[in-house]
Structures are given as structure tokens and as C-alpha cells.
Design a protein around this ligand. Structure first.
Ligand SMILES: [Mg+2]
Length: 121
């Protein structure tokens, strides 16, 4: 069975890029438009990996990750923060929120797939 990846991202263009990339690589993708929906979809689908945008309406990626990591049923799911913040300290903030990895936008398709494969094998 294909591994399932939950993409939490408010920008449709970015979801489209990942839809193409992850689909081509043989992964199943579930989508959420904001952090709150991300937490709900994580609970519903129990994905193998979560790609978490940080800047989102309703609930940002830090808070969504904290909630996922606070739920014993979801805590073991790896979360990779995907953020366009170029500010130093952002990676540390993501790790403090419980993220297992970090990738900066813009990323190349090769970088993203390498990160995903590193975690999903
Ligand atoms: Mg965003």
C-alpha cells in the first residue's frame, strides 16, 4: 500500500506542486487548507508523514504541530515544517513546536523528495 502524506498548506499553487510531485513518486496525498483542518485530517487519516506549512490562517503550523504532538494517537507521525520564512531561528521554532524536520521554501523537487524518502524510506 502506498504511504500517505498529509499536506497542510493554505496556498493552492503550493499544494498543486506537491500533488504533482508526490503523486509522481507514488505517494497518496491528503490535503488540508489550514492548521485546524490539518489536525482534523491527521486524526481522520493517520498519515505516515505530515508536511506542515507554517504561515496559515485559522491556526498556524506551529500550533497545529503542537496539537498533533500532544495527542498520543498522533504523536509518532513525523512532521516536517515547510516554511518560506528566511529568518534565523525559524528552524529552532519549528523544532520547539515538535517538528521532526524542516525544509525551506523555495525547495527543489529533488530536495523535497529526498527529505520525504529520508523519513518514509
Ligand atoms: Mg502559507
Amino acid at each position: 500500500m502506498s504511504k500517505k502524506i498529509l499536506v497542510v498548506e493554505d496556498t493552492e499553487d503550493n499544494r498543486q506542486i506537491l500533488r504533482d510531485l508526490l503523486g509522481m513518486a507514488g505517494y497518496d496525498m491528503v490535503e488540508a487548507n489550514d492548521g485546524a483542518e490539518g489536525v482534523a485530517k491527521a486524526t481522520e487519516h493517520r498519515p505516515d508523514l505530515i508536511l506542515m506549512d507554517i504561515q496559515m490562517p485559522v491556526m498556524d503550523g506551529y500550533e497545529a504541530t503542537r496539537r498533533i504532538k500532544a495527542d498520543p494517537a498522533l504523536a509518532s507521525i513525523p512532521v516536517i515544517a515547510v516554511t518560506s520564512y528566511a529568518l534565523s531561528g525559524d528552524e529552532q521554532k519549528a523544532r520547539d513546536a515538535g517538528c521532526d524536520g524542516y525544509i525551506a521554501k523555495p525547495y527543489s523537487p529533488r530536495q523535497m523528495l529526498a527529505k520525504v524518502r529520508e523519513i518514509l524510506g
